[in-house]
Design a protein. Structure first.
Length: 133
């Protein structure tokens, strides 16, 4: 499933997102945010993506994080225009990573925006995280 694939992506040494709870951007992820101007791209689609997360009725910060990853995986790439998609694909190719690695960055941006809007600290993700086995 997607969450298991995301965990593999996150645990990759070239990962864009660190799997610590709460998930956060690695140095590579931060570089990609700057290189592709991810915040500008994200802001263009934020309202639609936030609506998609809210439609799932997440109950807490952890749910918001997981739903944000799911929504960006399912909906984000299809939302991009041709030029934006080309930028994402070229950056993934240039770095030797998957497009999904870059999609995960947008999941972090989405989670952060929703939590910020709700005035929920990112650290609250830990309060509701499913314990590792």
């Amino acid at each position: 499933n997607y969450v298991q694939r995301l965990e593999k992506i996150i645990n990759n040494p070239n990962a864009t997102v660190r799997s610590a709870s709460p998930a956060n951007l690695t140095d590579v992820g931060k570089q990609i945010v700057d290189t592709i101007k991810a915040n500008a791209i994200f802001n263009k689609y934020a309202t639609k993506l936030i609506g998609a997360v809210e439609s799932k009725h997440p109950q807490n910060a952890y749910d918001i994080q997981q739903t944000s990853f799911d929504v960006t995986k399912r909906e984000f790439l299809n939302s991009l225009n041709e030029d934006e998609l080309k930028i994402v694909k070229e950056e993934a190719f240039r770095r030797g990573i998957l497009v999904e690695d870059i999609t995960a960055i947008f999941g972090i941006l989405l989670r952060n925006k929703i939590l910020e809007d709700k005035k929920i600290p990112i650290a609250d993700v830990d309060k509701h995280a499913v314990p590792s086995r």
